[in-house]
Design a protein around this ligand. Structure first.
Ligand SMILES: *Cc1c(COP(=O)(O)O)cnc(C)c1O
Length: 358
């Protein structure tokens, strides 16, 4: 039986995507060859990456002037690659500190220019999203993390900014519609909401590039990937293929509006249960709750039951629910591909557990 996969990442993918990817790994489109053994410069992969780019542009509604790039190195590489490509050493970039990943982005940016941290929710263990901070017009860009995978908070509204936004969207990429025109650069590791680990999507507005003075190694210069259509060297062929399949699935299921509808419904099932169940409570400000990573703990009175509940989830075929060590308790990652039935199964178990133990 297929398990209920609540893992934070690498994470659940649509069942139809996995099935098709499995076939392609053995015999791609009846060619008698695996996609894994085909040239990245051949007509098959050319068609795949072109379809992936076209679908990405269509699904997001990207206007002209934006490029879709398929890189490797994970979102963690983007923590330094973005400032390396966008920020001169005498310029200042603005950052908002909303958790572990934002912190890593801040640390790396400091190696390339000045960093002004406009706001932080650190003193409350990142349980909310800071708002109402002033964005300096002189900043080169404002860096945000749209969804905080570890702490379970999400930016439900991007601030109006006088400077381009640079955004780590790794864990809520393509989970809802957004206006791309306020973003100068978006990056997302595929393994949370799009595909297998191994590729990172970068969406960049062309006019963001070319203003830094420093030497950029070819492989770390976005312009190399723009000029060569992500094919300067051998790209992560299979992760790009599987991501393309997921993009087809997103389109077929109503695009970003469809994803948002699905995600709101699933989020409501789980948060309602957390709020009504006397044994459990949420860990974040209600208005900043993430629809991707739902963090919750046991009420102090029942803290001793935590291990037992986790065991019961496992016995019921649910995996990946143990909370990150910086929050504790539980984290249910319910990305795009997570079916409502899995979320309902978890809510039902919480209810049943409360009946027996409360
Ligand atoms: C997982 C994650 C990362 C790190 O991604 P890697 O691809 O492992 O480098 C960065 N930012 C966010 C928001 C994440 O969820």
């Amino acid at each position: 039986m297929k398990k209920h996969n609540f893992s934070a990442g690498p994470a659940i993918l649509p069942a139809s995507v996995l099935k098709e990817a499995g076939k392609a790994a053995v015999n791609y489109e009846g060619m008698g060859l695996s996609l894994l053994e085909l040239s990245h410069r051949g007509p098959e992969f050319t068609a795949i990456i072109e379809e992936a780019n076209a679908l990405m542009k269509e699904i997001i509604g990207l206007p002209d002037g934006y490029q879709v790039l398929w890189l490797s190195g994970g979102a963690s590489t983007q923590f330094f690659m973005a400032p390396m490509n966008l920020l001169n050493s005498d310029e200042t970039a603005a950052y908002v500190d909303t958790g572990t990943w934002a912190n890593k982005a801040i640390k790396e940016a400091k190696g390339f220019g000045n960093v002004e941290v406009l706001a932080s929710s650190k003193e409350k263990n990142y349980s909310f999203i800071p708002k109402g901070y002033k964005i300096p017009k002189t900043a080169k860009y404002l860096h945000l993390t749209s969804n905080n995978t570890i702490f379970g908070t999400q930016l439900h509204k991007f601030p109006k900014s006088p400077v381009p936004l640079v955004c780590d969207m790794s864990s809520d990429f393509l989970s809802r519609p957004f206006d791309p025109t306020q973003f100068g650069l978006i990056y997302a590791g595929a393994q949370k909401n799009l595909g297998p680990a191994g590729t990172t999507v970068v969406i960049v507005r062309e006019d963001m590039l070319g203003s830094v003075q420093r030497y950029l190694p070819s492989m770390l210069d976005y312009r190399t990937f723009v000029a060569e259509n992500s094919l300067y060297n051998t790209p992560p062929v299979f992760p790009i293929y599987v991501s393309m399949l997921t993009l087809r699935w997103i389109k077929k299921n109503g695009g970003l509006k469809g994803m948002q509808r699905r995600n709101k419904t699933k989020g409501a099932v789980l948060y309602q249960e957390i709020d009504r169940n006397p044994l459990f409570k949420g860990t974040t400000a209600v208005e900043d709750r993430s629809l991707m990573n739902v963090c919750f703990v046991m009420e102090e009175k029942y803290a001793a039951l935590e291990k037992e509940f986790l065991k019961e989830t496992e016995a019921n075929g649910m995996v990946g629910l143990k909370g990150h060590r910086s929050v504790g308790g539980f984290r249910a990652s319910i990305y795009n591909a997570m079916p409502k039935s899995s979320v309902q199964a978890l809510a039902d178990l919480m209810q049943d557990f409360a009946k027996r133990k409360g």
